[in-house]
Design a protein around this ligand. Sequence first.
Ligand code: ADP
Ligand code: MG
Length: 394
Amino acid sequence: MNKKTVSDVRVRGKRVLVRVDFNVPLDDEGRITDDRRITESLRTISHLRAQGARVILASHFGRPGGKVKEELRLDPVAARLSELLRAPVRKLSDCAGPEVEAAVAAMKDGDVVLLENLRFHPEEEANDDRFARSLAALADLYVNDAFGTAHRAHASTVGVARYLPAVAGFLMEKELVYLSRALESPTRPFVAILGGKKVSDKIGVIRNLLTKADALLIGGAMTYTFLRARGHQAGASLVEEDKIDLARSLMEEAAQRKVVFHLPEDVVVADRFAEDAAHKIVPAQAIPPGWMGMDIGPRAAEAYGRIIREAGTVLWNGPMGVFEFPVFAGGTREVAKAMAESSAVTIVGGGDSAAAVEQLGLADRMTHISTGGGASLEFMEGRELPGVAVLLDK
Ligand code: ADP
Ligand code: MG
């Protein structure tokens, strides 16, 4: 990787501002239901502490919209982090101001504090320069370990790097290494699996992957726009009418580039969008009027599984069907299983895809699951993320 990381800098006795992504899900009682984002940041935090740094953590949490929202305070996160680190984590009541400055001034080497939710201040998302400067003034060095927010130019992800030397944390490094290796020097055959809700969300990703992958496997709702582009009927399936021409030109581009473009040979259709809808398996070219495609069919899942098992690299974004409803989760499950069994480098990007893999209990069997939904999508589009661009080059 061409960016400096925490391994490249001396931190002993220094105040280090670490931008983390502690935007974890909570249940109704305010308990953390999935602490992966906290556990993934432990490596960087432990390294800094062991090296004698004073660790000042900063994160956003939910969407408070620039106002203090009591239910979006970071106290439960500080408590969980403290358990995991087996060390005290002092949660401050704000992320700027004299009280915060005093608390930071009183820190000793190895101490950890967590600033309050950055998005309680509207200046954070506005990338306000004064706010960025006040964050920077707390520290001697800046570490960005929040890959999931790296596609946003906010005060704590971009602005602050104007005033402090800025390096990547280990989680950021891991994300960049796996994703860029898959895109730039994949072990071949390189198979990209694309699904999810909308073609329009994924055009940039499909375009970029067409220039890199050997084969594209299509599933999810976008299947039906592509089927229409091939001249088939799609019944009541979700189709983006205004993207049919584009779908056709993407398939033509794939043919020109000799990228194998797979659509499912069969699909599971339902008579309405519901968990308990009547459903049946039909050939993809024969979706009956009034029925909607909810999942790829078993033949398609088997064919995709075979391709995945023989791949060198597999990059997956977007579920194959409406996996939230168990009867329509089969295609997503088979693809995830094939990836788990494959000896290929397997990478999962996208929030819902990552959730599906977690839910299936297969997360440990993937090479890498990106912690950044939107950020991983933008990365797969081939765009430079603003939060990465500002980090120091090696
Ligand atoms: P990711 O977050 O991994 O990028 P998306 O957000 O693009 O994925 O898509 C996930 C959503 O797509 C899921 O909520 C799933 O129910 C929906 N989806 C998948 N297949 C279909 C389909 N055939 N019809 C309607 N929705 C679908
Ligand atoms: Mg999503």
